[in-house]
Write a protein that binds this ligand. Sequence first.
Ligand code: AMP
Ligand code: MG
Length: 372
Amino acid sequence: MIQVDTGKCPEIVRPPVAARGWATRLTEGKTCSEPGTRHHAGLARSKLLLLLLLLTTGLDAAAAALQLVGATMGTRYSLSVMNPTLSANELQAGVDALLEDINNAMSTWRQESELSRLNQTRHTGWLPLSPALHQVLTAAAVVSGQTGGAFDVTVGPVVNLWGFGPQARVPVPPPADALAEARARVGYHQLNLVDRPPRVRKTRPDLYIDLSAIAKGYAVDRVAAWLADQGHTDFMVEIGGEIVVRGHGEAGRPWQIGVAWPVQNSPAVERVLSLSDRALATSGDYQRYFEFEGKRYTHEIDPVTGRTIEHALAAVTVLHASCMYADAYATGLLVLGPTRGPALARDLGLTALFLIADGASFRAVTTGEFPN
Ligand code: AMP
Ligand code: MG
């Protein structure tokens, strides 16, 4: 996801970890709002030229929105806040503290996080859960059920085996026996939840949960709620491409959010969305991958096969009221592929954009009210 805001200061910021493509800020997004023809092979190039043009011409320096960037969850976050009620330092400290709490609950990169402790324990009885982790695991269970397990946070052992987890691995496809072993540990039904009080039970001792496909969206929702609590009505929050916008950006215009061209590090946009009061999330096969013997292996895993996805669907963007759900749906729909993904999105009434490889370019399929 590329954010195209109406700030006056153009810059391209590369995230500290290349989990996503480029995040790009543009001034005067008007020209950019033309959707263009998505079906031509030369489109990426022409969009790139358009973008470069916008970056190099007619841009002045003052920005009315307060803009902040920081690092979290192995990627970067950014905020644009209109008419801030707090100083930049206060905003950053507040957001960093909130994200720190969320990481302490949900990160598999932190050995002491609540989630890591749950992953480490062999206990198969009921365990108390923080409300935050309970909320995310509950949403994950809902999306797992709806997607028939295409989204499944218990896919963690397989993710790790493919080298996309916290432990760095030599990027080669894993041997079949190790894969079969890891896959046997996967299954969202093996995680039970109850509400009052929030509790969890692993029905097999070696169940291992990876929230990378949903926690960023949850964190964006939490930051947005915190900003609203501080009296803000017009802002944009983004973590690694998952976004919430509220109210309006500069000059009272809706926020301008660009959908990334689904090619790693491409600064091009597929289209620009004019949004207020929405969340959106994107999953793509181009965001993290390794190549081995000429073949690409992406970080998006089909929990049913235990293999990295291999189909023509390159990216899915979901618009939703909740960024947590948008994040989870985007992953699940991407795993389902170019036919089953759009079909399920229609069944569930989801508003989504599917970018499907078509020769040298990409074909767009939309569901629900997804804007052109
Ligand atoms: P996202 O970029 O939101 O699609 O999240 C991708 C990350 O979620 C990967 O790097 C894995 O850590 C994890 N993951 C991969 N495949 C799945 C899946 N099918 N269901 C849930 N999480 C997944
Ligand atoms: Mg996701």
